[in-house]
Design a protein. Structure first.
Lengths: 256, 264
């Protein structure tokens, strides 16, 4: 509790703003005087100029962001739904889990980005290959959290539900599933960020649209200011998505 | 005796229970609890009293002996049996009211009816103002009150209680014992009450059944001739109660020594 108060206190906020300003000024000075080659580090004023240009004037960044976000949303929704479904199936029928375990463990240990060439071959340069990559990350995270959450249900709550007269299905939906929600939710929060990671990764490797593709194009043409602008935008996007999930979580889990 | 009352009796005959690994938990237990009776089972921890309760509840499969609850074999989830534990076991995602309404929900009681009953019971345990609180916002004693209201909400003629106040501090415990006795006085149920607290057993029960240390066998069955209605708190200062208490205590010691156990 105490650290939270300290973190939100005006003194800390002022200190944060001042240090950010000093950092940007130093950066600007280093680039302008060519102390460090701006080809490598860009220049803050030009980065913000690019951000303004690409979000307000020609809106290139926003248009590409729509591609990335739609792909991320598709990857997240499909991956989460499949992850929760398989997770619940595993909890209900353990033999299925034992049967699939070697395959799933192998897939989950595989660096997922290594699948990108195969996904490109199967699904083409369009959004589908990016969705597949994001989905492959989200799926396992949500799956593991669903299984862990459903397994950790308090056994006394199950016994009591039985004594209160609940049947197997009722116990599953009204006790097991609900008590797994907090753990599933932390999986979803992580899964969303990983869906974005998979999609951006896919776009960087080969794509016609999206922020990843824009990033790769800008870097290949030595548009360092543009690269930084996209990175700032992505960071802001990531934080916004995380906060959004936290807000939904805080509402749904207000009983905690 | 009315047939309705007879139907709520608990009959235990020659019950034995061996756990996997050969641990003998219950040894040749025979006990009859009449309809509307409040019977406590006391004994040292690990003596098998919880096992006996869970056999009656149908949570553990009965392999040796006979148990009839209201004339029928034990079965978990029966409408005519309510069950309560030392842990409150409130569902944290449900408010106090929703927790009390849960039994009715599982038993198909219409929503309006179970809400009315739940509100009435929450009022009776003194929590009318806390209906919409989640368990995390309630104290230990308050949570156990909610659990008590939930147990009564089942309207079951038989109530099985496994040290329901075992985890509470002395003061709260006395309060809740009186709450339970008040509820029981208003709506007579057959109660089997497990406890390791002899004081609690004597103040609340019609009969106190004593179990020996493992393997748990019934070594004494002592009637408590205190008049009803009782107040647990008032009894603490009543000389008649202390007389009965010491009497029960010597019967308990007698039972233990006859069975080759020397009380510490």
């Amino acid at each position: 509790m105490k650290t939270e108060i300290q973190r939100n206190s005006p003194t800390v906020l002022i200190a944060q703003i001042v240090s950010l300003a000093v950092f940007l000024l130093l950066w600007e000075w280093a680039a302008k005087t060519k102390t460090v080659d701006p080809l490598f580090i860009g220049q803050p004023t030009k980065i913000f100029a690019y951000l303004y240009q690409s979000t307000v004037v020609d809106q290139v960044l926003l248009k590409e962001a729509v591609w990335t976000l739609s792909e991320t949303a598709a990857a997240f929704v499909l991956g989460s739904v499949a992850g929760i479904a398989f997770g619940l199936l595993f909890v209900l029928y353990e033999p299925i889990e034992r049967f699939l375990d070697p395959l799933f463990s192998a897939l989950n240990s595989l660096p997922r980005i290594a699948l990108a060439p195969l996904f490109l071959l199967w699904f083409g340069l369009g959004p589908l290959s990016k969705i597949a990559l994001g989905l492959s990350l989200t799926f396992f995270i949500v799956l593991n959290n669903t299984v862990a959450g459903a397994r950790s249900v308090d056994s006394d709550l199950i016994i009591l539900a039985r004594m209160l007269g609940a049947g197997k299905a009722r116990i599953f939906f009204k006790v097991t599933l609900i008590s797994a929600v907090p753990t599933i939710f932390s999986g979803l929060r992580l899964g969303l960020i990983y869906a974005l990671l998979g999609v951006i990764g896919g776009e960087i490797i080969a794509s016609q649209h999206g922020l990843g593709q824009l990033l790769s194009l800008l870097a290949n043409t030595f548009e360092t200011n543009g690269v930084f602008a996209v990175l700032f935008f992505l960071a802001a996007l990531g934080v916004t998505l995380s906060k959004l999930m936290s807000a939904i979580e805080a509402y749904l889990l207000r009983w905690r | 005796m009315q047939p309705e009352e007879r139907s709520a009796s608990i009959d235990i005959e020659n019950v034995n229970h061996l756990f996997a690994g050969g641990v003998r938990a219950v040894c040749d237990a025979t006990l009859r609890i009449h309809a509307g009776e409040f019977v406590s089972v006391v004994g040292p921890s690990g003596c098998g009293k919880t096992t006996l309760l869970n056999l009656i509840a149908g949570l553990i499969e009965l392999r040796d002996g006979r148990i009839a609850v209201a004339g029928a074999a034990p079965l978990a989830g029966r409408n005519d049996v309510a069950y309560m534990l030392a842990r409150d076991c409130l569902y944290p995602w449900r408010t106090a009211l929703e927790n009390v309404m849960m039994a009715g929900e599982f038993r198909g009681v219409p929503k309006a009816a179970r809400m009315k009953r739940a509100k009435e019971l929450l009022g009776r345990v003194g929590l009318a103002d806390f209906e919409n609180h989640y368990p995390k916002a309630l104290s230990h004693g308050m949570r156990q009150r909610v659990a008590l209201a939930r147990t009564f909400s089942m309207d079951s003629p038989v109530m099985l209680m496994d040290e329901p106040f075992g985890a509470l501090d002395a003061q709260t415990k006395l309060q809740l014992e009186d709450v339970l006795l008040d509820l029981w006085n208003a709506e007579k149920r057959t109660v089997l009450f497990i406890t390791h607290d002899l004081n609690e057993a004597v103040t609340m029960s019609d009969r106190v059944v004593v179990m020996s240390p493992r393997p748990g066998r019934i070594i004494a069955d002592i009637p408590i001739p205190l008049p009803r209605p009782r107040s647990v708190r008032a009894l603490q200062k009543d000389p008649h109660y202390h007389e009965i208490y010491s009497n029960v205590w010597s019967r308990l010691e007698e039972g233990l020594s006859q069975n080759g156990v020397h009380p510490a």
